[in-house]
Design a protein around this ligand. Sequence first.
Ligand code: 5GP
Length: 208
Amino acid sequence: MLKKGRLFILSGPSGCGKDTILKEVLTADPRVKLSISTITRAMREGEREGEKYHFISRGEFERLLAQNAFLEYNEYLGNYYGTPKKPIENWLADGYDVLLEIDVNGAQKVRSLLPQTPSIFILPPSMAVLRERLSGRGTETAEVVKRRLAEAAREISQAGVYDYLVVNDELETAVGDILAILRAHKCTNQEMGEFMKEVQKDAESRNW
Ligand code: 5GP
């Protein structure tokens, strides 16, 4: 039997263009779902409840944590970010590929739970471009931009443990690269091994 959906880790520093890339990936391939994280940071201008995040209080988050509702969670710059388990399990069972957009700490936690999970890291073309993108967003104070740049440098230092590295210079190319990675991963021996064994068993069992 062919396998159901697959889980992928996707990380990249704040400002590297992950959201724009992901939006395009989801539009291009309806069999791909993006996990919606539950977070406690304040909503930014332009953000909407349930679009990319569910926004809840620290108290509510801690209650869900106690109920073991998260696959992983992280505290980032004073706020909680968590990946809810249930929707992911449902999507995978329905055959969707699921992308987890999580930071390097979250990625490490998922890898230790599910070591086979392929991971993609999105790199900015340069730190100068990243700084420009972070300041140009206009939704953060200079202090927050500085903290995010320091955090970005820390995240980029961990990029070497990811399976795939995608540079977001040209949006179209970066989107194409991610779609290609998702597609190619389906054909790996890791994914197709069970199916191959079934065919081999069938092949061996008959007198051709
Ligand atoms: P932002 O506040 O810029 O939306 O996100 C800050 C960081 O948190 C980003 O690196 C983003 O990838 C990460 N993040 C978003 N959701 C989750 C999550 O559910 N778990 C973890 N570990 N990180 C998350």
